[in-house]
Structure formats: structure tokens, C-alpha cells
Ligand binder design. Sequence first.
Ligand code: RP5
Length: 191
Amino acid sequence: MSDSTKPLVGIIMGSSSDSRIMKGAAEILDEFKIKHEDQIVSAHRTPSRLDEYSKHAEKMGFRVIIAGAGGAAHLPGMIASHTTIPVIGVPILVYNDKHPRKTETSKFSAFGGLDSLLSITEMPSGSPVVSVGINKAGNAGIYAIKILANEFPILKNKLKKHKSLQHNSIIKESEQLKKEGLAKFVKKKFK
Ligand code: RP5
């Protein structure tokens, strides 16, 4: 890539609670050796940072922003409304579990992440945000690489290799299943 010292992707999340999910995006970008900068930007706790971060992202020359948030999940949409950089939203299911008084019922969002998914995808006309599935930060990483591949053709080959590895691993599993039979395969694989 043209300048490997500069991050091409900005990863942001609403809270440290989201970091265990958002690391999925970082892992795939690392695998493809794509530099990213990671920050916490809370749309409701640090609202002034929305504008600041958007300006920072443009100054840094990020090509894509991956933004994860749980609950009302306004971070991806708010960032998208501040910048022309494409934003990929990651709706997050884990909710509030870093708080000391958490209970099993307060740990997860009341709507199982659907609240965040709808909040991200239902941005009003004129300020679009794309979204991956709930907690699918890795997919956001792959999608970001696909966007970058338009500019950096070397990534197209890497993505093709990634696809062929997926293909081969399924073929291998299928051969194992065929050889062992379903009952034995399940017992061994999911013990
Ligand atoms: C959202 O609220 C964050 O994105 C997070 O998913 C959720 C809970 O945050 P904490 O209260 O754990 O910081 O803004």
C-alpha cells in the first residue's frame, strides 16, 4: 500500500464495553496488514468528540470508519453525518456489563442487539450508514478491506486468497463428515 505508516481505517466504539466485540475488526485488518487507529468516542458521553473525531479522521486520510455501538447506537450515524468518509456500523449486543452493579438481566440489551441494528440502519434519507450483523465486527473489517481494494489492487488478490482458504476449510470439513458419519462428526467436533 502507498504509505504503510499511516492508518487507512479508523475504528471507534461507544465504550470500552464494546472493545471485546470490536477487536474482531482489528484482527482481520491486522491479518491483511492494514494499519488502523482505534479510539473510544461516545456519542452521548463525549458529544463534542463527534465533530473533533470526524475532522481528525479527514485530516488523517482515513478511507473508511468502522463504528460500533450498543443500545441506542447513535455513534455510527452521528459520525456519518459529520463526514463524507464511508462509515460501517457494528451493532453490539453486549451492554453495560462493565458496571459493578450488573445483573444477568442488565448485562445485555433489552432487545438483544436489534435496537442497535435498527438504530444504525434506519438513518433517515441523506445520511446513510451501512451495517453488518449484530456483533459481526469481523465482517466490518472484511468490508472495509473490500472498499480499500478499489484503491490498492494488491488487496484484491489477498481477498481472493482469503476466500479460497474459506472454501478449502469447508471442503476439508465436508470430507471429514462424509468419512466419519454425522453422529461421530458432531460428537468429536462439539464435545
Ligand atoms: C453504548 O452503550 C456503548 O456503545 C455500549 O455498547 C453501551 C454501554 O456502555 P457502557 O455503559 O458499558 O459504557 O453507548
